[in-house]
Ligand binder design. Structure first.
Ligand code: IPE
Ligand code: IPE
Ligand code: MG
Length: 246
């Protein structure tokens, strides 16, 4: 059955965010090193990026490395950073061919110099692409983002650029790392865990949540389509009654 044909392209989520989880368990099940799980996870990244661009999704945000992930064993952190550099080098062509713009959110100053440099280069080279914005959340934590946002706004208040009475949702949105992105419509988490793990707390206020047991390296375009089909069956009421929506 072709799941793609079941998707209503007029009702796509504008912003899809994914917590790509389960690489370690995938490898463990196969008696392999965690690093192999992360490597195989990059194949799923490509599937999902292509799948979203083909469908016409405007914003795709992938949780690739959290502020908390810095506490993993040093070797695993190094492996993930190396993988980031090699993936960026390899995937720049896919991004250009598909007219996809790369962006990044998070405390990017914490990235190793090499990773930061490679990332900045790809961001710069794809800045005029306009089919889809692919955002990598790297060294990202929602609380860190909110602290950073409060600081930026406070400085503007102190310098009389913003008056406290005028602080509203749009002011906060403009000072988040995700400033120009839509609110998240659909959040997918793989691997069976049902938690947010400090991801986009403000931005998912009204997102539909979708949890699947599939481990990230096993996640394919078909799984993406399943999630979108499920999303399209839901009634998003935003506090209103069903009758008001229909
Ligand atoms: C997701 O897979 C990748 C990152 C968090 C960087 P995990 O490495 O968390 O895999 P599990 O959860 O241990 O299986
Ligand atoms: C969340 O996964 C972070 C990423 C997917 C990058 P984790 O595996 O780090 O989250 P927890 O520890 O299960 O909450
Ligand atoms: Mg995990």
């Amino acid at each position: 059955m072709d799941l793609k044909s079941e998707i209503n392209t007029n009702k796509l989520p504008k912003h899809l965010a994914i917590i790509m989880d389960g690489n370690g368990r995938w490898a463990k099940q196969k008696g392999m090193l965690r690093a192999i799980g992360h490597e195989n996870g990059t194949k799923s990244v490509r599937q999902v990026v292509e799948g979203c661009a083909e469908l016409g999704i405007e914003n795709l945000t992938l949780f690739a490395f959290s502020t908390e992930n810095w506490n993993r064993p040093k070797l695993e952190v190094q492996t993930l950073m190396k993988l980031l550099v090699s993936s960026l080098k390899k995937e720049i062509k896919t991004l250009q061919d598909n007219n996809i713009r790369l962006m990044a959110i998070g405390n990017l100053d914490n990235l190793p110099k090499k990773a930061f440099k490679e990332l900045s280069e790809v961001i710069d080279r794809t800045k005029d692409n306009n089919r889809m914005v692919l955002t990598l959340a790297l060294s990202y934590g929602s609380r860190e983002e909110l602290i950073n946002t409060v600081k930026k706004i406070s400085i503007k208040v102190k310098n009389n650029i913003i008056s406290p009475e005028n602080i509203d949702e749009s002011v906060i949105n403009k000072h988040l790392y995700t400033q120009n992105l839509h609110d998240v419509d659909l959040l997918i988490r793989t691997s069976g865990e049902q938690r947010i793990s400090n991801f986009l707390l403000w931005q998912i206020a009204y997102a539909e949540l979708y949890f699947t047991d599939v481990l990230w390296p096993d996640f394919t375009k078909q799984h993406l389509y399943e999630a979108i089909i499920e999303y399209q069956k839901r009634e998003r009421r935003f506090g209103k009654t069903s009758e008001q929506i229909n």
